[in-house]
Design a protein around this ligand. Structure first.
Ligand SMILES: Cc1cc2nc3c(=O)[nH]c(=O)nc-3n(C[C@H](O)[C@H](O)[C@H](O)COP(=O)(O)OP(=O)(O)OC[C@H]3O[C@@H](n4cnc5c(N)ncnc54)[C@H](O)[C@@H]3O)c2cc1C
Length: 381
């Protein structure tokens, strides 16, 4: 079970309860189909929006419920704890990652254009930083934005883009000046119906397979300069200000999913028998579970501290990096130990722990790899 947490109030717990019901009714029955198809159904987005689970911090003026970040945290941890990491990742990229760019850096006109649709699920959002030739090294982005009068003309390719198949709008990191300088990069919103925009393959992944992840191509895509987000040359500054929330959310999903792995493993080892007793009766099993429970308990405390600091606007880049680094690595340790305690069944796809193991791997890679997290933390020693 997810632990009781002092940072949450009654309204957060109500949201949690209604999301749990939603997961049971609207996600669980369809999840196997979505995994087989490598993508959730588009209607899930409409249902999530209709039920109020998308972009909860959006002001009422733009259709939201104007809550604070804790609603995002509750939604992320519940979806992760459900074990349905595909939908969890989809929602998180849209609500927890993309939304911040619009909420904090869009003009009032842009907010009026895009936020209501993001709240009701009619506009699915993606963010495209990574390219075939560059990922960790963001300043190596080659997708080009050239000014032509009142328009940007965009050319290039992105890859590994979450929500790439469903996206109605993509926040694209483009190079709008010469050379690697951070002032030469600009965020431009590209609507998916613009001429020259093309989706590539829905990529075949190890885990989180119902989360669509795609290549995207831009071939002389023209968008008005009004689609510039936060001003020309501001991309790196904006990314730096928004990445801490992305990293904190990944930490939250990691610990939620790790808690799930731990809980189902406790149930499994109590039932499974060997040498005339349950696996849970072996001292090794109890000690291993004791270690995992300790890791989880320590992790929740740090995550809660980070959530509290983020609420006050005080979460620093290096703290968010520590949360992501530690929680995603911890999730890796937990799921690995849990597979081991399942024996051969842990390797079988029909067992939930097998999926949790596969889904966990990418948490140490996207949103900045563990190595990049260490690099960021080491700058603040
Ligand atoms: C399922 C999935 C979803 C994703 N979703 C999105 C998305 O929605 N939008 C988006 O823009 N991107 C997305 N990504 C891309 C993801 O953010 C990148 O894969 C990640 O940042 C790593 O970049 P890379 O794959 O190019 O690896 P590389 O940068 O090539 O790194 C390869 C290895 O070198 C290491 N390395 C690189 N630089 C250093 C360094 N300075 N010091 C030490 N080690 C280093 C890395 O840690 C890694 O181990 C997604 C990826 C996946 C797998």
């Amino acid at each position: 079970m997810l632990p009781n947490r002092a940072i949450y109030g009654e309204d957060h717990e109500q949201l949690r309860d209604s999301l749990r019901r939603f997961i049971t009714e609207e996600i669980a029955p369809h999840f196997a189909t979505w995994e087989a198809e490598g993508i959730v159904s588009r209607t899930l987005w409409d249902k999530l929006g209709g039920a109020g689970f998308l972009c909860p911090t959006v002001p009422e003026a733009y259709g939201g419920i104007e809550s604070d970040f804790r609603m995002h945290a509750v939604i992320a941890e519940e979806l992760a704890y459900s074990g349905y990491m595909g939908p969890a990742a989809d929602v998180s990229v849209h609500s927890d990652v993309c939304l911040g760019y619009l909420l904090h850096h869009a003009t009032p006109e842009q907010k009026a254009r895009w936020l209501p649709g993001m709240v009701d699920g009619s506009l699915v959002c993606a963010i495209a930083m990574t390219e075939p030739g560059t990922g960790s090294d963001l300043q190596g982005v080659r997708t080009k934005g050239m000014r032509d009068g009142n328009e940007w003309v965009i050319n290039g390719a992105k890859t590994f883009i979450s929500n790439g198949q469903h996206a109605d709008m993509v926040i694209v990191v483009t190079r709008t000046g010469e050379g690697r300088g951070s002032g030469n990069m600009t965020l431009i919103v590209v609507e998916a119906d613009r001429a020259g925009f093309r989706r590539g393959r829905n990529l075949d992944k190890l885990g989180q397979i119902s989360a669509d992840t795609s290549e995207l191509f831009f071939d002389n895509v023209r968008v008005p300069v009004e689609n510039t987000l936060g001003g020309e040359g501001q991309a790196m500054a904006i990314l730096m200000s928004e990445l801490p929330q992305e990293r904190l959310i990944i930490a939250i999903t990691s610990i939620g999913a790790a808690q799930k792995a731990y809980d189902i493993t406790c149930d499994y080892v109590r039932e499974r028998q060997a040498f005339g007793k349950s696996i849970a009766d072996f001292q090794n099993t109890r000690y291993r579970l004791a270690e995992l429970k300790t890791e989880l308990t320590v992790g929740w405390a740090f995550v809660d501290q980070c959530i509290a600091r983020h609420l006050k606007g005080e979460l620093s880049t290096y703290e968010a990096s520590m949360a992501k680094l530690w929680c995603t690595e911890m999730q890796g340790r937990v799921v690995d130990a849990c597979v081991q305690m399942h024996g051969g069944y842990g390797f079988m796809r029909e067992f939930e722990i097998c999926r949790l193991y596969a889904d966990a791997r990418v948490q140490r890679i996207y949103g900045g790899t563990s190595e990049i997290m260490k690099e960021l933390i080491s700058r603040n020693l």
